[in-house]
Design a protein around this ligand. Sequence first.
Ligand code: ADP
Length: 266
Amino acid sequence: MNNQKRVVIKVGTSSLTYETGKINIRQIELLSQVISDLCHSGCQVALVTSGAISVGMSKLGFNERPKTTREKQAASAVGQSELMSLYGKFFAQYGKDVAQLLLTKNILDNEERRENAINAFNTLFEWGVVPIINENDVISTAEIKFGDNDTLSDVVAELIEADILIILSDIDGLYDKNPAKNPDAVLVHEVYEITDEVMASAGGEGTNRGTGGMVTKLIAAKRAMAAGIEMVIANGKNPKIIYDVLEGTATCTRFKPQKLRGHENV
Ligand code: ADP
């Protein structure tokens, strides 16, 4: 394993919550353990986490996802602090501190904001603190919204010039058609270009608890590949898969850029 890697890991709501909608504490603990261990081995890891609204609903005892924007924003505010308190507790068990970064898309429109974000990330890495990122739901309006954390995770990977972006989902990777509707769908192991045909294989939205499905992941992959960053979709049901992804042995989908960032002739 290359121990100097800068890694962005994105974990989806479907990997962080049970079908019951309640938070999967074991998953959060395992994820914290693996990321802490990677940091000890020399990697610099940033975690993009979804799940704030679901965790907020669970904490407030709601059975149905709120429908209005203001309710979603309020539930997210409740869930975000609960999520961070869990991450803080579990990372601390492995000797790591965490930092919360709530971003909005307008960091990209303004060079100073962009620079501030990059500087904050770099300082946290220097201090050995794990940045944990989510969209700032409470103030996000349509104009400044990333909209989904797949896109946000690509933006983070580009900002910090990551070597690899690992998206953990509830599925082994990209299939040649939506496996929820086609039992004969086959896992695609490597993708070199997001063609219209590849885009068409992403069938609509994902699970009830997740949001973007494969479409937003493919859009993120296209952007990451253009920036020379490898992106991987892997099954987050056992976070230890992150080790296998970095060692090149995981069953997953790898989106391979033609030119790796910083390597003109690769
Ligand atoms: P997450 O919360 O991890 O972001 P989502 O539920 O939003 O997860 O997206 C993953 C889901 O996308 C899968 O469980 C699957 O139902 C759906 N999906 C649609 N088309 C495909 C495809 N071609 N390959 C894999 N999954 C697909």
